[in-house]
Design a protein around this ligand. Structure first.
Ligand code: ADP
Ligand code: MG
Length: 233
């Protein structure tokens, strides 16, 4: 699914204090693209991800997904859009502690009519032999791969990842990124990854650098874009 963000502003008001988290963002993301949003802490990365994914409202501006203006959706329509079309991964894995790997992924599958099988997805993220383990029996990297499997099993059109390697050491983080890159290549899922980890930029089609609520710079990885022939969908 393609995304078009136009003149988006987000201001948080806390008592007397106003925080201009987004100061006028314009951005297009193509179907099948893997975009990385980089920037220092407090630059507005999570806010941008949250407004694009409908987790939070904009103060001004519009967001279109496949030419549908989601910023005009009501709560009910937005909830069903999020549930059916979007996947989410966070820094904390948010797994249910009393469920096995397989069962945690089953939770993700529950509401969807996805053609993907839980076992296929577990193979794809390298957790075939971990499927009967509980979260406490696994490493952080393995737990994050469970959360990826849970998000991906419904075959989301867009996968949103906020600091997916934030709790992992460098090598484990790289393995998790490789899993995301493979999913992007094999399923064609549009993926947006927010991070302040600069090492992540090698897997991106485009890197969006943010600073103080604005887009500072966009760097396109031409070789990857040409090879993938991403479309505007
Ligand atoms: P990043 O993800 O790049 O670290 P955020 O998008 O979380 O940045 O935050 C951008 C700015 O908005 C920061 O100044 C932050 O303190 C502020 N902010 C974020 N969420 C809220 C909120 N719910 N209420 C008030 N201020 C917020
Ligand atoms: Mg953040």
């Amino acid at each position: 699914m393609s995304i078009k963000v136009e003149q988006v502003k987000k201001t948080y008001v806390t008592g007397e204090v106003k925080t201009h988290a987004l100061r006028g963002i314009d951005l297009k993301i193509k179907e099948g693209e893997l975009v990385v949003i980089l920037g220092p802490s407090g630059s507005g990365k999570s806010t941008l991800l949250n407004v694009i994914s409908g987790l939070d409202t904009v103060t001004e501006g519009t967001i279109r997904v496949n030419n549908q203006e989601i910023t005009s959706y009501n709560e009910k329509k937005l909830t069903s859009f999020r549930r059916n079309k979007l996947g989410f991964i966070f820094q904390s894995y948010n797994l249910l502690p009393n469920l096995t790997t397989y069962e945690n992924v089953e939770v993700g599958e529950y509401l969807s009519k996805s053609p993907l099988s839980i076992n296929d997805i577990l193979n794809q993220v390298g957790l075939k032999s971990e499927k009967n383990k509980f979260p406490y029996q696994m490493s952080g990297g393995q737990q994050q791969r469970v959360s990826i499997a849970r998000a991906v099993v419904k075959n989301p059109s867009i996968l949103f990842c906020d600091e997916p390697t934030g709790s992992l050491d460098e090598d484990t983080g790289k393995q998790v990124l490789k899993v995301l890159q493979d999913l992007n290549n094999e399923l064609g899922t549009t993926i947006i990854i927010v991070t302040h980890n600069i090492a992540i930029k090698d897997i991106a089609d485009r890197v969006i650098k943010m600073r103080s609520g604005e887009i500072d710079e966009i760097i396109t990885n031409d070789q990857k874009i040409d090879a993938k022939e991403v479309s505007w969908g």
